[in-house]
Design a protein around this ligand. Structure first.
Ligand code: CA
Length: 221
């Protein structure tokens, strides 16, 4: 899952970034409102964590512009503005959730997981696909009763595919979802991850769509 973190307090931003990275999320960080707006418009984020008091453009304005432009990216507001009126305004502007600072990272994660469940239509933190189970909270992967040791990015890749099991993803889409725009990615990185996942779980788990990319295998593994 690719997250846009919009936060001008460097200390908070670093804490959230590191915590999210440990949980296998890809995070891109921006510290002002106007850059956040163009980043959100031009990149396929799965989630925006949005501060309100921001330089250049206020977070509420960013959210308003996004929703006005029909951008429906799920958004959690993370703000020191704790008045009921602020929370109501944020939710009415189209935020999915509103967390008041100071906050516990655990609560932020609980809210992200709750949002992911709603996005995926699931009632738990567990994704299942043909005998493979991914626990989004513990990052544990089980196949046929055995724990499978996936690397963090292998986990993220498998999660992305299982969340949309009938969709074909191009390598570029998968790279972006895993790395964001911040790092250089080797040309065959995704192929290597897919190879590793197949080797660790089952060859038929992920299917190659020639000339396009990958999707989950449809015929059983
Ligand atoms: Ca701020």
């Amino acid at each position: 899952m690719r997250v846009l973190l919009v936060e001008d307090d460097e200390l908070i931003a670093n804490g959230v970034r590191q915590a999210l990275a440990r949980k296998a999320y890809q995070v891109d960080w921006i510290n002002n409102g106007s850059e956040a707006l163009s980043a959100a418009k031009n990149n396929p984020f799965d989630l925006i964590i949005l501060d309100l008091g921001l330089p250049v453009q206020d977070g509420m304005e960013v959210l308003r512009m996004l929703r006005q432009g029909n951008n429906q990216t799920h958004t959690i507001i993370l703000s020191a503005r704790d008045a009921t009126q602020d929370r109501i305004a944020g939710l009415n502007m189209g935020a999915d959730d509103y967390l008041v600072k100071p906050f516990e990272l655990e609560e932020l994660f609980a809210r992200i997981h709750a949002l992911e469940r709603r996005m995926g239509g699931a009632a738990s933190n567990v994704l299942n696909w043909q005998g493979v189970t991914l626990n989004l909270q513990t990052l544990e992967v089980i196949y046929q009763g055995e724990v499978v040791n996936l690397q963090r990015r292998e986990f993220s890749l498998l999660k992305k595919l299982i969340e949309n099991p009938h969709r074909v993803f191009t390598r570029e889409q998968l790279e972006e979802s895993l790395y964001g725009w911040t790092s250089e990615v080797g040309s065959n990185t995704i192929d290597v991850y897919v190879h590793n996942i197949r080797k660790k779980i089952a060859v038929g788990l992920i299917c190659t769509v020639r000339g396009v990319g990958y999707r989950m295998g449809q015929d059983g593994i």
